[in-house]
Design a protein around this ligand. Structure first.
Ligand SMILES: Nc1nc2c(ncn2[C@@H]2O[C@H](COP(=O)(O)OP(=O)(O)O)[C@@H](O)[C@H]2O)c(=O)[nH]1
Ligand SMILES: [Mg+2]
Length: 471
C-alpha cells in the first residue's frame, strides 16, 4: 500500500465533514481527460498519477509540490452520478500489493475526483489562505474519438470505405464471406443482422489484436451495457442507393444512424465537451515492435484522434463546443521503462513525429501541446551489460511470463524518427536494419517509504504540464 502522511489523513477526515460547506464557495474544477487506444496505459497512468499526487515524494517536477505548497490531497465523491467511478483502490492494489500485477483491462469511461489544497505562490502567498482545486480525472477510450468521423458519413459511404479497407486483411475473411452472401435488398431478418454484426465485431477485435488501429465503430469493441442492443447490431454491406422498405439495408442504415445519434453524440456532449486538459497516451513502443504496418496504422489513428481536438473539422462538434476548448494537450509515449534512459529522447522524437502532422495542420486552435515519454509505473531498473565487446544499455525487470528477473536489450531506436515512419508510410513489411524486441515486465514488488508514491518516469513532468499552472 501507499502510505499517506499523518497530516493528510487528518485533513482528509476533516474534509468529509466540510464538504457540503466548501461547495458553496468558488473552487476551481479542472477536468483532465485521459485517453489513448486500448492497452496504451490509461488505467496505470491514472492510478499512479493519483497515488503520486496523494503522496508527492517522487514529484519534484511538479512545481507546487516541490515548493511544498500542496498542503493536502484527498479523494472525494465525483460530481457525475451516472459515470462509473474509476476504481482507484482496486487498480492501485493490483499494482502495489504483495503480489503486484497489472490491473484488469477496463472497458468504458470512468471518473475520479482528487482535490488539492494549495497555498498560493508569489506575491499573494502572504495575503491569501490556501485554496482548493478539484481535479476531475476522466478515463475514456481513444477508439470513441475515432467515431467522430462517422458523423459526417452516410451508412452507404461508411459501408463502401470499410469494405474496401477490409479486402486486404486476412482477419476480415470470415466477415467478408458472410457479407458477400448477404442480399442487402432482401427483407430484414433479425438473426441475419445479428450474425453479420457478430462477424463484424469478431473481425474488429481480431484486427485490433493484429495491430490495426482503425477499429471503428469504437463501441463494438467496448460495448459495455450496450452489448446486444440494436445500436450495435449493424455491419457494413455492399449497398447501392436507397434500400427498399423493410429491407436489411434500411434497417442497417437506421441502426447506423442510431449509433451516431445515441452513442457517438452523447459521448461528445456529456464527456468530451467538458474536458479542460487532455493527455493522449500512445504505446509507440508496442507499435514499433509489431512492425511498420502497425506504426503506419497508429500514425493514421493518431491523426484521426487528434482531429477531435481541432474544432472546425466537424460542424456539429464546433457548435457543441461553442468556443470552449481544451487548452492543453499532452502526447505521451507510455511504458518508457522498457528502454534505458539514453533512448528516451528518441522515443520522444518519435511521438513528436507521430503527432506533428496533425499538430502542424491546425495548431489545435491555440491549445498548448507538448510531447514526452514516460512510465506511469516503472517496472525496471537500468544496467549496462557487455556483449561481444560492446556495452549495451539494458533494462532489468521481472518477466511477465515466467516471473523470473531478466535483463533485456530492446534494440536501438533510430535517431531520426523518419527512419521508422518513412518505411511505415511506404508500406514496408519489416524493419530493415533493426529489430525491436517485445518485452513484458510485471510490476516489481515495492517497499515504499512513507510520503512516496509508486516509482515512475516523468509522471511529475506530465502533471506539471497538465495542471501545474493552476496550482
Ligand atoms: N512496463 C510498463 N508497462 C506498462 C505501463 N503502463 C502500462 N503498462 C502495460 O500496458 C498494459 C495496459 O495498460 P492499461 O493501463 O490497462 O491500458 P488501458 O487499456 O489504456 O487502460 C498493462 O497491463 C501493462 O502491461 C508502464 O508504465 N510500464
Ligand atoms: Mg483502462
Amino acid at each position: 500500500m501507499v502510505f499517506s502522511s499523518l497530516a493528510d489523513n487528518l485533513i482528509r477526515g476533516v474534509e468529509s465533514v466540510g464538504d457540503s460547506i466548501s461547495e458553496a464557495f468558488f473552487e476551481p474544477v479542472l477536468r483532465v481527460g485521459v485517453t489513448g487506444l486500448a492497452r496504451s496505459g490509461k488505467t496505470v497512468f491514472i492510478s499512479s498519477l493519483v497515488a503520486n499526487l496523494l503522496d508527492r515524494g517522487r514529484m519534484p517536477g511538479l512545481v507546487a509540490a516541490q515548493e511544498g505548497r500542496i498542503e493536502a490531497a484527498y479523494l472525494q465523491p465525483q460530481p457525475d452520478d451516472t459515470v462509473p467511478r474509476f476504481d482507484y483502490e482496486a487498480h492501485l492494489g493490483a499494482l502495489t500489493g504483495p503480489t503486484p500485477h497489472w490491473p484488469e483491462s477496463t472497458r468504458a469511461t470512468s471518473e475520479l475526483r482528487l482535490s488539492l489544497r494549495v497555498r498560493p505562490s508569489g506575491l499573494l502567498s502572504g495575503l491569501q489562505g490556501p485554496r482548493t482545486v478539484h481535479l476531475d480525472i476522466v478515463d475514456y477510450p481513444g477508439e470513441w474519438l475515432l467515431d467522430l468521423a462517422l458523423l459526417d458519413k452516410s451508412y452507404e459511404d461508411w459501408s463502401r470505405e470499410t469494405l474496401d479497407r477490409l479486402q486486404s486483411r486476412a482477419c476480415a475473411s470470415d466477415f467478408l464471406a458472410l457479407a458477400a452472401k448477404t442480399e442487402p435488398a432482401a427483407a430484414h431478418a433479425e438473426p441475419e443482422a445479428q450474425s453479420l454484426a457478430r462477424a463484424f465485431a469478431d473481425y474488429l477485435s481480431d484486427a485490433q489484436i493484429e495491430g490495426f488501429y482503425d477499429c471503428t465503430p469504437g463501441r463494438f469493441l467496448l460495448p459495455g451495457d450496450l452489448a446486444g442492443s440494436p445500436v450495435l447490431t449493424f455491419a457494413p454491406l455492399a449497398v447501392q442507393g436507397v434500400g427498399p422498405r423493410r429491407s436489411l439495408h434500411r434497417e442497417m442504415q437506421r441502426r447506423y444512424e442510431a449509433y451516431k445519434s445515441q452513442v457517438v453524440k452523447p459521448f461528445f456532449r456529456d464527456h468530451f465537451a467538458k474536458i479542460d486538459r487532455q493527455v493522449v497516451l500512445v504505446d509507440a513502443l508496442g507499435a514499433i515492435h509489431k512492425g511498420p504496418q502497425a506504426v503506419e496504422d497508429m500514425r493514421r489513428a493518431m491523426a484521426d484522434i487528434l482531429g477531435a481536438f481541432r474544432p472546425g473539422r466537424n460542424a456539429w462538434l464546433t457548435r457543441l463546443l461553442l468556443g470552449k476548448r481544451i487548452d492543453r494537450i499532452l502526447f505521451a509515449a507510455t511504458k518508457a521503462d522498457h528502454l534505458h534512459h539514453t533512448q528516451h529522447a528518441r522515443l520522444t522524437a518519435i511521438i513528436e513525429a507521430l503527432t506533428r502532422e496533425a499538430r502542424d495542420r491546425a495548431q489545435f486552435a491555440g491549445a498548448d501541446t507538448s510531447a514526452l515519454s514516460l512510465a506511469a509505473l516503472r517496472a525496471t531498473t537500468e544496467e549496462i551489460r557487455s556483449h561481444n565487446g560492446r556495452d549495451l544499455p539494458c533494462v532489468r525487470g521481472i518477466l511477465q511470463e515466467t516471473g523470473k528477473p531478466a535483463a533485456f536489450y530492446p534494440g536501438e531506436l533510430p535517431q531520426d524518427p523518419g527512419h521508422l515512419l518513412g518505411p511505415a508510410r511506404d508500406g514496408a513489411d519489416t524493419w530493415l536494419d533493426a529489430d525491436f524486441q517485445a518485452m513484458s515486465f510485471a510490476p516489481s514488488p515495492l517497499t515504499l517509504v512513507p510520503g512516496d508514491g509508486p516509482p515512475h518516469i516523468r509522471l511529475d513532468r506530465a502533471a506539471q504540464f497538465l495542471i501545474g499552472d493552476r496550482l
